[in-house]
Write a protein that binds this ligand. Structure first.
Ligand SMILES: *Cc1c(COP(=O)(O)O)cnc(C)c1O
Length: 461
């Protein structure tokens, strides 16, 4: 065995052993971290060594020192933020991505990852019911997916107004109006800020957080006929609700606006015959952003952006370098995303899709939604609990009487540690949020979570 091979083998064996231990224990360990940042720093040691050490020892140190400071967010009882777990096919494929270490930006650097990316792209369009022939880019997450879709939007609506952003920038450009629902995700504003578009106009939403199409039409009509972008939402982080796409998109079309959809977790409803109805009309938009690291349970960092007009996507994201060996007749992977060099992010996406198949992806969505309903139904039976949203998808919001009592229940749950549901504020009230996003959540997890919730409610008095 060569020295090179030996060094890899020992480090990878250490990594595999620690991975197995982590995955084996994830269902039983306390979900919140048991060590603070300072404790982990102390365990790692923060003095840069003068001399080299063995890679396998480094892996052992990393795993041992970090372990108490990890959150078991891959547990079937983790319902915080919107956090997916890791499907086995995706995790194992992701290891290969690191081992192969391909630069996925260019065709010439790897026919293998381009083939995988092309197939995954076609499958995604098919599963999500989006126009075939759309451009699909693999980003780091939904923020960058929204950024990419909105960049294509900005450039296209300004080009229609006779302004080339690529060469002239935004200084002196016609003003672009961006309209969003008042309950859009905050990262939409962040993406708009990166794009130099400033703060969007917030359009009133209904009680579930869905943009009101009448209010959208009114806002569009009152702002003149300059370049406009409308950003809609598939999946509100509190209610799980979906904007009324058919009516909202019609209003946007009448005003000549580009329509982008932030579907970070909700876009996947379209892959399930049972939940597809929530997305009716959504495919008529111009661009869509989603995450694979949420609903699809691919490891971080994995987002997907889809733009109907490939040319608009390319002109917003592409750049030219004489040393790049490109095939002029085809779009290169780097021309669809903000990065030049990047890892082959499509590979774990492909692996989950290949492993689950069409019915498996639908089944995954159905299971998440079914578990959310079961948690809501179970919670309703507890003393003083109110389910404040219509549970149409994967999100559940609970209140427990007063804001103080709700915060007390949240605090007790976090202390107890067998389930993670976190607090938020929605419509002026403190709430406890449940977001079901993990492929592995089963009936036992639901039952144990409801037991923990019942105990916290009892103890909160
Ligand atoms: C999570 C989320 C985002 C941001 O996604 P990242 O993957 O964290 O960049 C945007 N919109 C919605 C609705 C989300 O749930």
């Amino acid at each position: 065995m060569t020295a090179r091979r030996k060094s890899y083998d020992a480090a990878l064996e250490a990594s595999l052993a620690h991975t197995r231990a982590w995955l084996d224990g994830i269902g039983e360990r306390p979900i919140p971290a048991q060590a603070s940042v300072t404790q982990v720093r102390d365990a790692l040691g923060d003095v840069l060594p003068d001399d080299p050490s063995d890679p396998s020892e480094v892996v052992d140190l990393l795993a041992t020192a970090s372990e108490p400071g990890l959150v078991a967010s891959g547990s079937g009882r983790f319902f915080g933020l919107v956090v997916g777990g890791v499907h086995p096919a995706a995790l194992a494929a992701d290891w290969l991505v690191s081992a192969w270490d391909q630069n996925a930006g260019l065709r010439v650097l790897g026919p293998a990852h381009v083939a995988v990316e092309d197939i995954a792209s076609e499958w995604l369009l098919d599963l999500l019911g989006l126009p075939s022939g759309s451009g699909v880019g693999f980003t780091s997450g939904a923020t960058m997916s929204n950024f990419t879709g909105l960049a294509a939007a900005r450039d296209a609506v300004l080009a229609r107004a006779g302004w080339d952003v690529g060469s002239r920038g935004l200084t002196g450009a016609p003003a672009v109006r961006v309209l969003v629902g008042e309950e859009r995700h905050d990262t939409v504003d962040l993406a708009l800020r990166y794009l130099g578009l400033g703060r969007p106009t917030a359009v009133p939403a209904d009680g579930e957080g869905r943009i009101r199409p009448d209010a959208l039409a009114e806002a569009l009509a009152s702002g003149g006929d300059g370049p406009a972008i409308v950003c809609l939402q598939a999946g509100n982080v509190h209610s799980g609700a979906f904007d009324p796409f058919a009516e909202a998109i019609q209003a946007a079309r009448e005003a000549g606006a580009w329509v982008h959809v932030d579907g970070a977790f909700g876009l996947w409803a379209a892959a399930s015959p049972a939940y597809r109805g929530l997305t009716t009309g959504m495919a008529d938009a111009d661009s869509w952003g989603t995450d694979a690291h949420k609903t699809l349970n691919v490891p971080y960092d994995s987002g997907i952006v889809i733009v109907r007009d490939q040319a608009a996507m390319r002109s917003a994201m592409s750049f030219h370098g004489e040393y790049l060996i490109v095939d002029d007749t085809r779009i290169e992977p780097y021309e669809r995303v903000p990065e030049a060099s990047r890892r082959a992010r499509a590979v774990p996406v492909w692996a989950v899709l290949r492993s689950l198949g069409r019915s498996g992806v639908a089944g995954l969505v159905d299971r998440l939604c079914g578990n959310a309903r079961a948690l809501a139904d179970g919670a309703r039976l507890l003393d003083g609990v109110e389910v404040v949203n219509d549970v149409v998808f994967t999100q559940v919001c609970l209140t427990f009487g007063s804001d103080e009592r709700t915060r007390e229940v949240a605090r007790r749950l976090m202390d107890e540690g067998s389930v993670w549901m976190s607090g938020s504020r929605w419509h002026g009230r403190d709430i406890l949020r449940i977001s079901v996003s993990n492929w592995s959540t089963d009936e036992d997890d639901v039952a144990r979570s409801l037991d923990a919730l019942a105990a916290a409610v009892r103890e909160a008095g």
